[in-house]
Design a protein around this ligand. Structure first.
Ligand SMILES: Cc1ncc(COP(=O)(O)O)c(C=O)c1O
Length: 387
């Protein structure tokens, strides 16, 4: 019996591998500080808890329409109008089992075998593997300096085989935001060349220092139903509800209906219970997220203060998300080696930059406890600088 070529070609998720290693070492009684996480340590919104309980108490948790219940779709339409300034109808929305499924639905509907999908590095670890899963060609583009690509760097990788550009801003792992001018040019390029633009907006509310994330829709010359922009969002990060597995896409009706068809053959529908909880979360809205942002901003500041004490690192201060992506190449150019060394020698978990298409860096999260962040980075400094 042979496993398929496509399954054999996939890499195991580095972050999940690290989580497993950290919990094994913890069980062995080792003092492990986990700075590799990807979810906020925040209780879920009160209304999300209430709506979940209400649903459970109804004793009816069943299949829903494939693209989501109308109450949640209505809430998402309202959310899209308030946060993106674009009026959409429920037929433009597909609710899915996490933003990850929304991206995967999109790729299945956009990409033919051999088509190229262009995205800037550093990129979220799953992009390359998801594109491979639909038999597409991932084309990561590395910035010549810093952690953000210029428009020209992206443009120079567009060929007649390019089917889509994927953009995640603020970015996992760098925490940096692509500016309005860049997004405007990317939208224009996609419209001129008839290329899909997947905006991975999963962190777009988690921004600090008064920054805001430009909405790609605001630069489009097309109506939503002619648009080649597909925006993906969800409750995982904004509402600290990773375990509920609810994401969604906003796109033209044609794309939404194709994505619904695909989803219907894969998962039938997102969880009824989780959709009820998400209605609660969206009802609670910004009041919840603002509290979380304040907490994350404080942790970001503590992390940056500690990181800057490490003599030879280079750091671009994160503007959003809960990740930092510092350049440790002056200590070790091989990020996997350095990350493993930090776990083995001092029990601090980080994620190697190689997983995000950028060697020499480490992703260090600030979604955990503040005291762990400070203690963990201090241990890294003492290990690397000897003081
Ligand atoms: C950039 C990015 N996009 C999408 C996702 C997927 O989110 P979800 O948990 O809703 O599937 C993640 C999760 O870590 C992410 O970092």
């Amino acid at each position: 019996m042979q496993i398929s070529k496509i399954a054999s070609s996939l890499g195991q998720s580095a972050t999940l591998k690290l989580n497993e290693l950290a919990s094994t070492l913890k069980k062995q009684g080792k003092d492990i500080i986990h700075l590799g996480g990807g979810e906020p340590e925040f209780d879920i919104p009160e209304k999300a808890a209430q709506e979940s309980l209400k649903k459970i108490n109804s004793k009816r948790v069943i299949y829903t329409p494939t693209g989501g219940v109308s109450e949640l779709k209505e809430k998402i339409c309202q959310y899209t109008f308030e946060n993106y300034g674009v009026k959409v109808s429920p037929a433009n929305i597909v609710v899915s089992s996490g933003a990850k499924q929304a991206i995967y639905n999109f790729l299945l509907c956009a990409v033919n075998p051999g088509d190229e999908v262009v995205f800037p590095a550093p990129y979220w670890v799953s992009y390359t593997e998801m594109v491979k899963l639909v038999y597409g060609q991932p084309i990561p583009v590395k910035p010549s300096k810093g952690l953000l690509c210029s428009f020209e760097e992206i443009e120079s990788h567009i060929t007649s085989n390019t089917k889509a550009i994927m953009l995640n801003t603020p970015n996992n792992p760098s925490g940096l935001i692509y500016g309005a001018e860049f997004i405007e040019k990317i939208v224009a390029l996609c419209e001129e060349r008839n290329i899909f633009l997947l905006m991975d907006d999963i962190y777009n509310k988690l921004v600090f220092d008064g920054f805001s994330v430009p909405s790609a829709f605001s630069f489009s010359k097309k109506s939503i139903d002619e648009s080649n922009i597909v925006s993906v969002n969800g409750v995982s990060k904004t509402f600290s509800m990773t375990g509920f597995r609810i994401g969604w896409s906003v796109s033209s009706k044609t794309m939404a209906s194709a994505m619904t068809k695909v989803q219907g053959q894969i998962t039938s529908c997102p969880s009824d219970l989780s959709q009820a909880a998400s209605v609660g979360a969206l009802t609670e809205g910004d009041a919840f997220t603002k509290r979380m942002i304040k907490d994350l901003e404080d942790k970001r500041n503590a992390l940056v203060d500690e990181l800057l004490k490490i003599k030879k690192i280079k750091l671009e201060k994160p503007q959003g998300t809960f990740y930092s992506f510092a350049d440790f190449s002056a200590y070790n150019k091989n990020s996997s080696q350095l990350s493993s060394e930090l776990i083995e020698k001092i029990g601090v978990v980080t994620v190697p930059g190689s997983e995000f298409g950028m060697e020499g860096h480490l992703r260090i999260s600030f979604c955990g406890k503040k005291e762990d962040i400070i203690r963990g980075v201090k241990k890294i400094r003492e290990y690397l600088d000897g003081n």
